[in-house]
Design a protein around this ligand. Structure first.
Ligand SMILES: Cc1ncc(C[n+]2csc(CCOP(=O)(O)OP(=O)(O)O)c2C)c(N)n1
Length: 276
């Protein structure tokens, strides 16, 4: 299905807002992870605006869609999306990582905020997604379960146990979006531990798997629509992205995995994003 012009504009506006919020939040906190979520902004905005059925009015509905951020350290972008979708006030984003804040450095499950699972320990998200997808099917809900993951998280053995179970149980209501930016905490994937071709791996595990340009919102939308047409297999979108996307001095730089920009760097980043 084609992404309508209005929806595409809304996705792009939301992704710009996500990037701006990430810079402001991590700068204000003086710590956090800006690189990963800057790269994920386009596919996450496409998911949250055009697909994920989560809004303030249905946050308590048992049959709504679910989202789990497996790579929990990238939560600055996730919090921005929840705020932009109206789950809590956007001003609260500047409380990120502060003592007593609801917006901790890794997501804490909260029915109020619409956060479906606590994450941060890499490898657990997809397993919980399998459980939620099984439960939704048993309960007869037509809802979908979405899990974000990453290339670095794909080094965890638990991911592949979950992938095996999801295919075994034919969980067509489960979709994983893998942020493949070729970088993890200690450097480039090829230097730390190369996970190689994740589309081939998920396919071998019995999934419907696709490579997608993680910055092409129309392609991401199409891939998410394709996932919905599957009747027996779970779907994996291998989203090829650039860490730090949108801020030239952060792009493809592993050093920006988990370092906060200082005031000068934040001002330069916001100016480049067109929001300074
Ligand atoms: C079980 C576990 N082991 C180690 C870590 C520490 N850790 C935090 S982020 C990270 C790298 C994750 O890779 P990726 O998500 O690809 O990083 P990014 O693209 O955001 O730079 C690691 C090893 C963790 N959070 N959980």
């Amino acid at each position: 299905m084609v992404l309508s012009k209005e929806l595409k504009l809304e996705v792009e506006r939301t992704a710009r807002g996500v990037r701006e919020d990430i810079i402001r939040m991590v700068n204000a906190a003086g710590c956090g992870h800006p690189g990963g979520p800057l790269g994920m902004a386009d596919f996450m905005a496409t998911l949250f605006v055009a697909h994920l059925n989560l809004k303030p009015e249905n946050r308590d509905a048992p049959d709504r869609d679910r989202f789990i951020l497996g790579n929990g350290h990238t939560c600055a972008g996730y919090y921005s999306l929840l705020a932009q979708r109206g789950l809590f006030p956007r001003e609260e984003l500047l409380e990120f990582r502060k003592f007593g804040s609801r917006l901790q450095g890794h997501p804490h499950r909260s029915a109020e905020l619409g956060i479906d699972m606590s994450t941060g320990s890499l490898g657990t998200g997809l397993s919980v997604g399998v459980g939620m997808a099984l439960a939704a099917r048993l309960d007869g809900h037509g809802s979908r379960i979405y899990v974000a993951s990453s290339d670095g998280e794909s080094q965890e053995g638990q991911i592949w146990e979950a992938a095996t179970a999801a295919a075994h149980y034919g969980l067509a209501n489960l979709t994983v979006l893998v942020d493949f930016n070729n970088v993890q905490i200690d450097g480039h994937m090829r230097d730390v531990m190369d996970v190689r071709d994740l589309r081939e791996k998920y396919t071998a595990f019995g999934w419907h798997a696709m490579d997608v340009d993680g910055h092409d919102v129309e392609a991401i939308h199409q891939a998410l629509c394709d996932a919905k047409t599957e009747s027996e297999r779970p779907s994996a979108l291998i989203c090829h992205t650039v860490i730090g996307k949108g801020v030239s001095f952060m792009e493809d730089q592993p050093g920006w995995h988990g370092v906060a920009p200082d005031n000068e760097q934040a001002a330069a980043a916001l100016a480049e994003l067109g929001t300074g």
